[in-house]
Design a protein around this ligand. Structure first.
Ligand code: PMP
Length: 349
């Protein structure tokens, strides 16, 4: 009788929230679909695809389009099947038996999940009540504990806080560890280190098309690193990791500079509206803290998170419940107004 090993025998498959809701503010997605003209261009590109052939292993045209959008060299970019694939790949390939990895906490839960599958030792650096990262203390911990790899999201999911470019540079230049900056939400802020990537021998930056770009359905993620690290990532990835449809559509999307710029403005505005509305609703309550955010969502702590979450669900609005915290994605203006109205009604009861 075959027995599953200890590390996997109690795992459950990932299940996003089930059911149909009118307003989805739980996954930090872009609230609007791609414009009609872009989807019409997809139809034309579909006709060109040789479905009987394997995709381009290096996703050359997609990578060129991504690199042009961010004004970086295409040779420094590796495309992945979502950044989720790249997180798993980098953690498993760049860590060896006995190496130590550090995550900051709270942060994106998949970093630790993948390290447990890779049987890598992982430690947590705790953020204080402010949820900000104390960069000097993080540097001391990495050097004192001889950490081999540190990974965190900047801006952070779920807190919405970020470290500045100067702080990120100080960190990368003060440690020998490999630093992985997951910039999944950096399209909503200004502190990216993408343009500095070649200055460092120990830096990998992840980006994704699932947030601002609004293409979560295509599963497109990118790792950006210096030539030596990029070559290693390309060498360890599975050969045909990004399918031809996602490559072709992704190439089209990253050429929509005007659409992406307008969308960025809209989402950042709506995030500010959400934050201000939450502060107004919660400001006078001593059981509630709303955290300012540089991402496309707002994080809050309340004494009644589960009750709020259940109440919103009954109004067909779904947000993310995380223990005593709630994380609410900035949707369209109508969606933000709807969630604020529903929360107001909850607090009035
Ligand atoms: N990193 C962070 C910080 C995220 O929040 C997410 C998605 N929730 C991902 C990576 C995964 O992105 P992708 O859709 O590209 O796999």
């Amino acid at each position: 009788m075959y027995e599953l090993n200890d590390k996997i025998k109690n795992l459950e498959p990932y299940e996003p929230i089930s059911g149909t809701y009118q307003i989805r503010l739980d996954a930090n997605e872009c609230p609007v679909n791609l414009p009609d003209e872009v989807r019409r261009e997809f139809a034309a590109r579909l006709q060109e695809i040789a479905f009987n052939r394997y995709p381009d292993p290096m996703a050359g045209r997609l990578v060129d389009s991504f690199a042009e959008y961010y004004n970086i060299k295409p040779t420094l970019v590796t495309a992945g099947n979502g950044s989720d694939e790249l997180i798993f790949l980098v953690e498993s390939a760049f860590m060896q038996k006995g190496d130590k990895m550090l995550v900051v906490s709270p942060d994106f839960s998949m970093y630790n999940f993948y390290s447990s599958i890779c049987e890598v030792q992982s430690a947590s650096f705790l953020k204080g009540d402010s949820l900000e990262i104390d960069v000097d203390a993080l540097i001391r911990t990495i050097n004192r504990d001889k950490i081999d790899l540190v990974i965190f999201s900047n801006p952070c999911n779920p807190t919405g806080k970020g470290i500045t470019r100067a702080e990120a540079e100080k960190l990368v230049s003060s440690v020998e560890a490999l630093v992985i900056l997951d910039e999944a939400y950096m399209d909503f802020w200004t502190e990216s280190l993408l343009d500095k990537i070649e200055d460092y021998s120990n830096l990998i930056i992840f980006r994704t098309a699932s947030k601002l770009v609004g293409a979560a359905a295509l599963r497109l993620g990118f790792a950006v690193a210096n030539p030596a690290i990029s070559k290693a990532i390309k060498a360890v990835k599975s050969p045909y990791n990004v399918n031809s449809v996602s490559q072709a559509f992704g190439e089209v999307i990253y050429r929509q500079k005007e659409t992406l710029k307008n969308r960025q403005k809209m989402i950042v505005n709506n995030k500010e509206m959400l934050y201000n509305g939450l502060v107004e609703l919660c400001g006078a309550r001593n059981d509630c803290t709303v955290y300012s955010s540089v991402a496309n969502f707002v994080f809050m702590k309340t004494g009644c998170s589960r009750e709020i979450w259940e109440y919103l669900k009954r109004q067909s609005i779904v947000v993310r419940l995380m223990g005593e915290y709630l994380r609410i994605t900035a949707g369209t203006a109508e969606e933000v107004n709807a969630v604020l109205r529903a929360l107001g009604a909850f607090f009035e009861r």
